[in-house]
Design a protein around this ligand. Structure first.
Ligand code: SF4
Length: 654
């Protein structure tokens, strides 16, 4: 009796979702400032200070150095709006001239910090490893150095040389910029849209400049504003100590120092320079805090060290010329406790041209890890411990990112479960498609037309509109179509799709499955479909491989496996699928997939298997052709990891 698994009817392409918010961090920061009265006030004040400083020579009422010995320490008047100092100099004029030096010096320090910190932070965060270690060590060094003491010492050695002082301050401040950019980079480095760019074969420099750099600009703006405030305070403090600049050059710090000498006789003198200094520092901090508040919360950074090159580099071609992917004895490990334990244990499977192979199992069975290992996209601590994975005769395992870059996108493409995460929120759909096409050799002019064609190929009815949309402006189903279009940009022969319909409603899911069916029906492509849904497997897969606790437990032609499962786990999975024939309650599989630390010596399903016997736990069970002895003509691809497979098949037949 056949197992009936309902398939949903296809529907029309879904409409785009209305725009909700700007996606780029810089745009978010700009909008946050525009909507913050405090930040706007800060900007206005800074604009005023910069303008007055730039025009001080023309608009100041008098020479800031001109001394009027007959008008010492005068109170504000029509002749001297802010009074005069102890040498009869006009306070307003000195105030107007004094800001330029401060802002210029603080700007120099802030710029140097950015010029050093951004590239260093990007390199440290993106590549990790020894580069990260070396840069982090240098960064720690800048934090350990007593910056102000060094600046005071330098001010004594280079009296009046503000450029040197602020240059050194910039170098010391670069440590904070490096750490900020590094952490931001590590946050986005493992995002799916960066993985998608990597899989599409985009060179590292373009991944960094187009996909990572835009995400760190807003934090850098925030830090630069803070550095400006720090620079103003430091330079003012040095001036206050008589070390910050030439005595002939008015500065706010110098004015505060002079005012402090007359604090008892004329306290007013402290007010103008003190007020403008405080307002300027507050303005920078208001802008910095507004930008900071606009930034999304950062998840804990994760580290992606260099992948272990444990796999063999055999270049043996597949035995079948139609075979696209041949995975043989793949073992993938992750650190659990202090040891590296296999979580994928000896997976062997093939995908041929014109064929869709389903890799199915519960969460934790190892199917997604298998797919990521094939693509060289294992999570940070994962490592391939053994086995091989040949694509069209070329070994994939143990290759560098650069080597895989020549295969990803053109040969093998990846379609992720979360299409929204796989698309860069900073760019329009059209830009991302054109970029991918251009990378694969399509001319700039031709790529615009081809991008539109790709959207039509994946069933998008309004390609011109979608090309102009940002990812947040389209629905989940349409985003998945766009992700598939991106995957097709390099005309890959093999598609690896990891739960591509899980996040979609059932009707959109059916439409996406139809699209996959059409893509494979061309005959030159193959599809490895990772899913937990046997309904999806029944719908489009030619063959299916069932995974449990890191091992394949059954594989074969889909119709054979679903109609007559030979492994109790497959049987139990089928029993848990809602069908038109299951009128009563759905059956459940008791217990859960055991953790790698609890894998038994014998059958890993024994703890949940109702057919288990003592002999099932005696020794490891091999994946074997259950019909080999009984039927010489049996499909050799049909295999089961159960020592009672023959008996259970008979039981089922009865
Ligand atoms: S080997 Fe034994 S425990 Fe394992 S699936 Fe077969 S019958 Fe069940």
């Amino acid at each position: 009796m056949s197992t009936v698994i309902p398939a949903a009817a296809p529907i029309a392409v879904e409409a785009p979702v209305a725009p909700t918010s700007s996606a780029t961090p810089v745009a978010r920061a700009g909008r946050a400032i525009a909507h913050s009265p405090a930040a706007l006030a800060g900007l206005a004040w800074l604009a005023l200070v910069i303008m007055v400083s730039a025009l001080a020579g023309a608009i100041a009422p008098s020479d800031p150095l001109a001394q009027h010995l007959t008008a010492l320490l005068q109170s504000p008047s029509s002749a001297h709006w802010l009074g005069t100092d102890s040498l009869g100099r006009d306070v307003l004029s000195r105030l107007m001239h004094g800001g330029g030096t401060l802002l210029w010096g603080a700007g120099e320090a802030s710029l140097i910090a950015v010029l050093i910190g951004v590239p260093a932070g990007l390199a440290s965060g993106y590549w990790g490893g020894w580069i990260d270690t070396a840069i982090s060590w240098l960064t720690d060094l800048t934090f350990a150095v007593p910056a102000f003491v060094i600046l005071v010492a330098l001010a004594v050695i280079y009296p009046g040389n503000t450029a040197v002082l602020m240059g050194v301050l910039g170098v010391l401040a670069a440590g904070a910029a490096t750490r900020l950019v590094r952490n931001s980079t590590r946050t986005v480095r493992d995002e799916l849209f960066v993985d998608a760019a990597r899989v599409s074969g985009l060179p590292t420099r373009l991944i960094i400049s187009r996909h990572i750099l835009p995400t760190v600009i807003a934090p850098v703006i925030m830090l630069s504003a803070t550095n400006m405030a720090i620079g103003v305070v430091v330079l003012s403090s040095l001036s206050f100590l008589g070390l910050g600049g030439s005595p002939e050059t008015p500065s706010w710090g110098q004015m505060i120092y002079e005012a402090s000498q007359n604090i008892t006789g004329d306290p007013w003198l402290l007010v103008p320079p003190g007020a403008v200094l405080i307002l300027t520092v507050v303005a920078f901090n208001l802008i910095a805090s507004t930008v900071r508040d606009s930034l999304p919360g950062s998840p804990p950074p994760t580290r992606r060290p260099r992948r272990e090159r444990a796999a063999r580099r055999s270049s043996a071609p597949p035995t079948d010329s139609g075979t696209l992917l041949k995975v043989d004895g793949l073992v993938v490990g992750f650190p659990i406790g202090t040891t590296l334990r296999p979580v994928v244990d000896g997976v062997t499977l093939t995908v041929r041209r014109g064929e869709t192979v389903g890799l199915v199992g519960e969460s934790g069975s190892g199917k997604s890890v298998t797919a990521l290992a094939i693509l060289g996209l294992l999570p940070p601590s994962g490592a391939v411990l053994a086995g091989s994975a040949h694509f069209d005769g070329t070994e994939l395992l143990g290759r560098t990112d650069r080597q895989l870059g020549r295969i990803r996108g053109r040969g093998v493409a990846y379609i992720a479960q979360e299409p929204m995460s796989a698309l860069d929120p900073c760019f329009t759909i059209g830009h991302q498609l054109r970029e991918a096409l251009h990378h694969f050799g399509t001319g700039r002019r031709a790529s615009a037309g081809r991008a539109r064609e790709l959207l039509v190929e994946v069933g998008i009815n309004a390609p011109d509109r979608v090309l102009k949309n940002y990812p947040h402006q389209i629905s989940g189903g349409m985003a998945q179509r766009v992700a598939i279009a991106l995957a097709l940009a390099g005309d890959p022969a093999l598609l690896i799709a990891d739960e591509p319909t899980t996040a979609l409603d059932v009707t959109v899911q059916a439409a996406i499955l139809d699209l996959f069916r059409d893509l494979v029906a061309t005959g030159h492509r193959g599809l490895l479909l990772v899913t937990h849904d046997l309904g999806v497997v029944a719908d489009i897969c030619d063959r299916v491989a069932v995974m449990y606790a890191g091992q394949l437990v059954e594989q074969g032609v889909t119709a054979d496996v679903l109609d007559a499962p030979r492994h109790p786990y497959t049987q139990a999975l089928l029993g848990a699928v809602p069908s038109l024939e299951s009128a009563g309650r759905l059956s459940v599989i008791p217990g859960a997939v055991p953790l790698p630390t609890a894998w038994p010596v014998g059958c890993r399903f024994a703890g949940r298997c109702r057919y288990a016997q003592d002999r099932c736990s005696a020794e490891p069970i091999l994946l074997a052709d259950a019909d080999a002895d009984a039927d010489a003509d049996a499909d050799p691809a049909r295999a089961t990891r159960c020592i009672r497979a023959g008996e259970l098949a008979l039981e089922r037949a009865r």
